[in-house]
Design a protein around this ligand. Structure first.
Ligand code: DC
Length: 226
C-alpha cells in the first residue's frame, strides 16, 4: 500500500472494455481512473498541430517534453486531463489523432517522458491506470495487475454492433482487419510491446459481459482496498 492506496494496472488489447471496467472499479473503490492512451493522444495532437513528422524522433521527443499535464478528478472517478491548461476532449479521439498516436508511441524516448509523467500521477496510489504497458513498464510494482483480452472476432462483433446502433453501416471484414493490424502493431513494436506482465491476471472477456468482467476484477481485490 502506498500513501493513499494501491496502484491497479489494467492492460490489454484494444476494444476489450479496459476503460469501462477501470472506471467502474475505480468508482467502487473511491480511486481515481486514468486512461493513459489519452496522454499518447495528447502528444499526437501536439505533433499534428505543430506539423511535425511523426517519424522525426527528436522533434517528437521535444514535443513530449513540452507537454504540461494537469488532472481534475471527476464524479465518475476519471481524471479529466488538461494539456497546457486546455481540455482537448473529443479532439483527441479524431481518427487522424489516433493514427498519429500509434506512430508516436513507437518513439522509445518520448515513451520514457510520458512514463515519468504517469508515475507522478500514480505514485501515491489510490489509482486505476489503464493502458498497454502499465503492469510491465510504468508500474512493474503495481499491487494488482489485470490483462484483458478477447478474440479479434468478438471485438470486431462488439464494434460492429456499436456502429450499427449509432446508425452507421459498418463493414465487419474491414473492422476485423483494422483490429488485427492494430494488435500486430501494439504487440510487435520494439519499445514496451503489449504483453501481459508475468504476474498479471489474464481475463478472456470473449464470453463475459462488462459487468461479469468488472465482478471478476473486484473479486480479486481486498474488500478493504478503499
Ligand atoms: O488506448 P488508446 O487507443 O487511447 O491509445 C492510443 C495509442 O496510444 C495506441 O495506439 C497505443 C498507445 N498507448 C501506448 O502505447 N501505451 C499506453 N500505456 C497507452 C496507449
Amino acid at each position: 500500500m502506498r500513501a493513499k492506496g494501491f496502484v491497479i494496472a489494467i492492460d490489454g488489447t484494444a476494444g476489450t472494455g479496459k476503460s469501462t471496467v477501470g472506471k467502474a472499479v475505480a468508482a467502487r473503490l473511491g480511486y481515481g481512473f486514468l486512461s493513459t492512451g489519452e496522454m499518447y493522444r495528447a502528444l499526437a495532437y501536439s505533433v499534428f498541430a505543430k506539423q511535425i513528422n511523426p517519424e522525426d524522433h527528436d522533434a517528437v521527443l521535444a514535443a513530449a517534453r513540452a507537454l504540461r499535464f494537469t488532472f481534475a478528478r471527476q464524479e465518475d472517478a476519471s481524471l479529466k486531463m488538461f494539456v497546457d491548461g486546455e481540455f482537448l476532449g473529443p479532439k483527441l479521439h479524431l481518427e487522424e489523432v489516433g493514427n498519429v498516436a500509434s506512430r508516436v508511441s513507437t518513439n522509445a524516448e518520448a515513451r520514457r517522458v510520458l512514463t515519468e509523467k504517469m508515475r507522478e500521477v500514480g505514485e501515491e496510489g489510490a489509482i486505476v491506470m489503464e493502458g498497454r504497458d502499465i503492469g510491465t513498464v510504468v508500474f512493474p510494482d503495481a499491487e494488482f495487475k489485470f490483462y484483458l483480452d478477447a478474440s479479434a472476432e468478438e471485438r470486431a462483433n462488439r464494434r460492429f454492433k456499436q456502429l450499427q446502433e449509432a446508425g452507421e453501416k459498418p463493414n465487419y471484414d474491414e473492422i476485423l482487419r483494422l483490429i488485427q493490424e492494430r494488435d500486430y502493431r501494439d504487440k510487435n513494436r520494439a519499445a514496451a510491446p503489449l504483453k501481459p506482465a508475468k504476474d498479471a491476471l489474464v481475463i478472456d472477456t470473449s464470453h463475459l459481459t462488462l459487468q461479469q468482467t468488472i465482478d471478476t476484477v473486484l473479486e480479486k481485490l481486498p474488500r478493504h482496498a478503499s
